[in-house]
Design a binder for this molecule. Structure first.
Ligand SMILES: [Fe+2]
Length: 188
């Protein structure tokens, strides 16, 4: 399994009680494994979860574009640009799945939450490289938390795999930014 950072699955073994997309209901085994408080997700539920993640990825793209403008260190700019492109890929892949679920993916424009994230990033970016990195660390903590929550849900296997891949990217982004801040790499 693709799991270089050890995130898949959280407790070993196979994913819990998921329901195949087209099945319309889980097996007895799924129901037995689903446990108290863990219901099977409907297609509508999954589309909503993926749409929320796609909106977060859209917000992250905009935040990165602001942050990149404030970073003069060449290597860090290259990395942040790559992370922005990861988020673009997430949006593409998530949107394709959302459409396959017969739902409409979010438009490429910020909602209120996205606006607040962007505004915060813009303010922080005024402080230069360090401010931009602090802002993006905060943003990436949010994306990591939301992807972790989604990964714990009873998604169908193929959707869970996509969420897991994206979550892995998010962990890489956050780890890199934390390391840059800890070493103050832009001063060297
Ligand atoms: Fe990220």
């Amino acid at each position: 399994m693709f799991d270089p950072l050890g995130i898949l699955p959280p407790q070993g073994g196979e994913p819990r009680g998921y329901v195949p997309i087209a099945a319309g209901g889980g097996s007895t085994r799924d129901q037995q494994q689903s446990g108290e408080g863990i219901g099977e997700m409907t297609i509508i539920d999954m589309a909503e979860v993926l749409s929320a993640l796609a909106q977060l990825d859209i917000d992250a793209i905009r935040a990165y574009e602001q942050a990149i403008e404030s970073v003069s260190h060449g290597g860090i700019r290259v990395s942040l640009t790559r992370f922005r492109d990861d988020h673009k890929r997430h949006v593409e892949h998530l949107s394709a799945v959302i459409r396959a679920l017969d739902a409409v993916p979010p438009e490429y424009s910020p909602d209120l939450k996205g606006f607040l994230i962007e505004g915060f990033t813009a303010i922080q970016s005024l402080l230069g490289t360090e401010g931009a990195l602090v802002a993006m660390r905060n943003n990436e903590e949010l994306t990591n938390r939301k992807y972790a929550e989604a990964y714990e849900m009873n998604l169908s296997p193929n959707i869970r795999e996509l969420v897991g891949h994206n979550y892995h990217d998010e962990q890489v982004h956050l780890k890199y930014i934390q390391e840059m801040l800890a070493s103050r790499a832009w001063e060297k």
